[in-house]
Design a protein around this ligand. Sequence first.
Ligand code: FES
Length: 269
Amino acid sequence: MKTSKNSKISKSSRRDFLKLMLTASVFSASYPHILLGKEEGDILEKKDKILGYFHIELDKYPQLYEVWGSVRLAVEGIDPREHYPKIFITKVPYDEFGKEYVSVSEACSHEGNPLEDLNLETHLFECVKGHGSLFLADGKPFWGEALRIRRPLVSYKVNYFGGNVLNVEIDALITDYYKEAETLSYLRQNLPNPCSDSAIIEFGVEKPANVKILIYSIKGKLLFELYNNFTSEGNHSISVDMTSLPSGVYLYKMFINNEPIHTKKLTKI
Ligand code: FES
């Protein structure tokens, strides 16, 4: 492993970064590009699946000019294990990774526990609150449970075309992790969509398991349980009573044996 060049990321610049990011409420009702500046042309086209684009001015985050520097992008008020995980952006050596920046989820891909910041000596992320899995800066499992199940951290797309701005695209509802799980199970878009007082939700599981479907506000607050049962393999459909909720946009999320699998957006008119 290479020697760390930036063992002295200043605490105050990290704090400044966090302060800015914590003020940016990031959810589909309030796109971060509004809070952080420049608007993206195609965000409307992609609004069903993209959480937002962060335009990060590198001058404000000197640690991102350093090889192996990392900063966290936090999402205010949202538990990383619920919806939009916090992410790390890490500057990495181009010759090793074929890109200058990588961005991964803070949620461990084993059971979703938060990770520590990138260790500047080892260049690994460690899941200290879980079972100690270690991940490389680009999210590949390196040691521990995550390696055993061979599941990388969720990664986000970072575009850097030179200059002062780094663009991070956060795909809220379809991540690599969910795509991987999709081959084993599915959660369909509610019908009708938008709905009024009731909706039908279809889902499927590959083998018998405890299936839970929870509904959340767009800010990630748990509202109530739609379904929670030991479920046989195959296709299922449930009818959901939405009468207690006001009009608005909600999220529903499916868990299999308590592991988050899919999330969809539901609009009530
Ligand atoms: S939750 Fe991270 S290693 Fe188990």
